[in-house]
Design a protein around this ligand. Structure first.
Ligand code: NAD
Ligand code: TYD
Length: 358
């Protein structure tokens, strides 16, 4: 017996959202042991967790979720009773260039993790009692909305368009199939676009903040008219905490901020905020906006209806968008060293060396 009340494995904990979830759980639940399992791909960075790495209830395991044997070993070693699964390839543009990696990690990796949990939990004396496999997914599995005010609900049919969303949709189906077939306790959440500290600067918001700072062009896909629904990452982490503890088994919950923005409008807010915080006169960086060829199959609009989560579990976003963007821009401007390490790839060379012989 580990002596901990719960032993929770968070996959992808060195990534953007995962690092916020790990931090929240490690700090809020000293009675839980939190095992952060991450392969440390280009998107994983242990510098995101500097403030928790010495906590006694935190453990890091560098491993690939596709390694079925290793997943069983880790689940047994730490007596894992809860999995919060965030590890994934997460960038749409990369999925268009290299769909195989997405199928491997997002589909086969999730299946490997599910099967490892199944094998280990079924051999446990208590079986599935007290266990939970919580799968983190995206609103992109629902496809694209028109400009008609409709929102994605938990009943919306899956219609993924990009290799990324197709791979996430497939993994969601496997998770639900493990409940329906084997009785595994699962829960799935589909969240809208997240923003905040520690996001890899290939995604719109950190990329643009960094480019403005370096006076580099801001590549706006197409006409900049696509709409995304933005949620501050710590609000997502709070929702995950709530659903992990209070969500109903086999349910799906949508998570979103009722906060839709046309890309071009959002970009102008970012430009204004960065210029203001850098002490530049308003409008200084607007000329950096550069319209470029549209993303292939670019989904027009995403918008999440998170009424169910509000009504059943009482969750609401805590931050207004203006406040969230201000905090986010400030964080990236104050953490240039983090940004420089990430953009130069230095962090990867450092951790590759550190884990080379393990
Ligand atoms: P991210 O790319 O920042 O982080 C992914 C993490 O997974 C990295 O630390 C990476 O090293 C790790 N990883 C990748 N492949 C792995 C493998 N084979 N084995 C072990 N670890 C591996 O992603 P993110 O933006 O933090 O997204 C986390 C999860 O949330 C993903 O499942 C994503 O689909 C989902 N999601 C993201 C958003 C968003 O706006 N970012 C919105 C909704 C849902
Ligand atoms: P992104 O952050 O990649 O998230 P997602 O594709 O998962 O929604 O992109 C957000 C929106 O911004 C999306 O409509 C594509 C657009 N975009 C650009 O216009 N330029 C860019 O350089 C990037 C990365 C995204």
């Amino acid at each position: 017996m580990s002596g901990y009340k719960r032993n929770i494995m968070i996959t992808g904990g060195a990534g953007f959202i995962g690092s916020h979830v790990v931090r929240l759980f490690v700090d809020k639940y000293p009675e839980y042991r939190i095992v952060n399992l991450d392969k440390l791909t280009y998107a994983g960075n242990l510098a995101n967790l500097k403030d928790v790495e010495d906590k006694p209830n935190y453990v890091f395991e560098k491993a690939d979720i596709c390694d079925f044997g290793k997943m069983q070993e880790i689940i047994r070693k730490y007596e894992i009773d809860g999995v919060i699964h965030l590890a994934a390839e997460s960038h749409v543009d990369r999925s268009i260039r290299d769909p195989f990696t997405f199928a491997r990690t997002n589909v086969m990796g999730t299946l490997s993790l599910l099967q490892a949990a199944k094998v280990c939990w079924e051999e446990d004396l208590k079986g599935y009692d007290g266990k939970l496999f919580y799968h983190i997914s995206t609103d992109e599995v629902y496809g694209a909305l028109q400009f008609d005010g409709k929102l994605f609900t938990e009943e919306t049919h899956y219609q993924p368009h990009s290799p990324y969303s197709a791979s996430k949709a497939s993994s969601d189906h496997f998770v639900r199939a493990f409940h329906d077939t084997y009785g595994m306790p699962v829960v799935v959440t589909n969240c809208s676009n997240n923003y905040g500290p520690y996001q890899f600067p290939e995604k719109l918001i950190p990329l643009f903040i960094n480019n403005i700072r370096h006076k580099k062009p801001l590549p706006v896909y197409g006409k900049g008219e696509n709409v995304r629904d933005w949620l501050y990452v710590e609000d997502h982490a709070r929702a995950i905490d709530l659903i992990f503890h209070k969500g109903k088994i086999a349910e799906t919950y949508n998570i979103g901020g009722f906060n839709e923005w046309r890309n071009i409008d959002l970009i102008k807010v970012i430009i204004r905020t960065v210029d203001r915080l850098l002490g530049n006169p308003e409008g200084t960086s607007e000329h950096l906006i550069t319209y470029v060829t549209d993303r292939k199959g670019h989904d027009l609009r995403y918008a999440i209806d998170s009424t169910k989560l509000k009504t059943e579990l009482g969750w609401e976003p805590s931050l207004q968008f203006e406040e969230g963007i201000e905090k986010t821009v400030r964080w990236y401007l104050d953490n240039q060293e983090w940004m420089d390490n990430v953009t130069s790839g230095d962090y990867q060379r450092y951790y590759d060396e550190m884990y080379k012989n393990r």
